[in-house]
Design a protein around this ligand. Structure first.
Ligand code: PMP
Length: 330
């Protein structure tokens, strides 16, 4: 019999899938690392498991302990599923602007969700960071993973994502492209790939136009999960060769193409990363191998970038859906 002892064993070892349609006119091989096939639906399962196991090893988290994190997104799902399997209580704090669906996903795993008002200053004790810190201080045995600064997050990518890419490309990967949010994915994966290739693998960050990694001021953009308005401790610019800024319109258009042309229903940050990867790949010879990471699924964005009316109401082109069945039969 071939089975996983628990869902935790199914984290990682995600496949590389060749992109063959959106790469028209490109000689290089472009391979997508499909992280939405992790059990929690995103790349964040990797760091959730790593941060929790690191805290256990250091005695920061003991049986009966509580995990508290100010997050509502993919990291929350990863933490919720790992905490559930390991028997920890899990409390998430998120602002009230976070969609009810996201909170419901966390509760579905048995986590508790505390909702705070959006309309307070980030340094206010009522902000979601402030409330998370207070809960961490006051709940006995509480531990806050803090994905922006916890070195176990990049270490997880150094120990798993990087080695998987190297193994699955037989060491032929020449370029690695990924979006930058907390910086954990790019930093850890790059550290491994730079080390095994003697610095030969080129590391390219993709960043939303307006975000600081590509020289912006943090001005708003709509793609989720990537970009920053402050420098998190987990981003190590010394292992990044280049950062490419991609606008929302191009990110969303590419995500929609991935679904319709490659059968990969992914989030907006995946569209952004692939748009950057194609810019990189365009000038490369046939023996180049570009790996681009797709962090999460498009299922969480059906009412946003996958909705034609949402796209149009935000000023983005929504590809003409073409004739309806009724038009065809008329
Ligand atoms: N895309 C999505 C959808 C994310 O949630 C994140 C994590 N914030 C990223 C990309 C970026 O990953 P990292 O935080 O490791 O830089």
């Amino acid at each position: 019999m071939h089975y996983a002892e628990s869902v935790l064993e199914t984290i990682g070892n995600t496949p590389l899938v060749r992109l063959s349609r959106v790469t028209e006119g490109i000689a290089a091989t472009v391979l997508a690392k499909v992280e939405f096939l992790n059990p929690g639906g995103s790349v964040k399962d990797r760091i959730a498991q790593a941060m929790i196991e690191d805290a256990e090893a250091k005695g920061l988290l003991r049986p009966g302990g509580t995990i508290v994190e100010p997050t509502s997104g993919n990291t929350g799902v990863g933490l919720a599923l790992v905490a559930q399997q390991k028997g920890y209580r899990c409390v998430f704090v998120c602002p009230d602007k976070v969609a009810e669906d996201k909170r419901a996903t966390l509760r579905a795993y048995g986590a508790e969700v505390v909702v705070t008002p959006t309309s307070v200053a980030p340094d206010s004790p009522e902000s979601y960071y402030g409330v998370a810190n207070r809960l961490t201080d006051e709940i006995e045995g509480a531990f806050q993973p803090n994905q922006f600064f916890n070195p176990a997050a990049p270490a997880a990518h150094e120990a798993s994502t990087g080695p998987e890419i190297w193994r699955d490309t037989d060491g032929r990967v020449t370029h690695f492209v990924t979006g930058v949010g907390t910086g954990g994915t790019i930093t850890g994966t790059a550290r491994f790939l730079k080390r095994v290739s003697d610095g030969a693998v080129r590391i390219i960050g993709a960043d939303p136009e307006g975000s600081i990694y590509s020289g912006g001021t943090g001005r708003p953009y709509l793609v989720e999960g990537v970009g920053e308005d402050m420098w998190p401790g987990n981003y190590d610019p010394s292992v990044v060769d280049e950062v490419i800024a991609i606008g929302d319109a191009e990110s969303f258009a590419m995500a929609r193409r991935l679904a319709r042309e490659e059968g990969l229903l992914a989030g907006g940050s995946s569209g952004m990363a692939v748009a950057a990867a194609l810019r990189v790949a365009r000038g490369l010879p046939a023996d180049a191998v570009v790996v681009v990471l797709l962090p999460d699924s498009g299922r969480g964005y059906l009412q946003k970038l996958y909705s034609d009316s949402w796209m149009r109401s935000h000023g983005f082109a929504a590809a003409d859906a073409g004739p309806t069945v009724r038009d065809v039969l008329a």
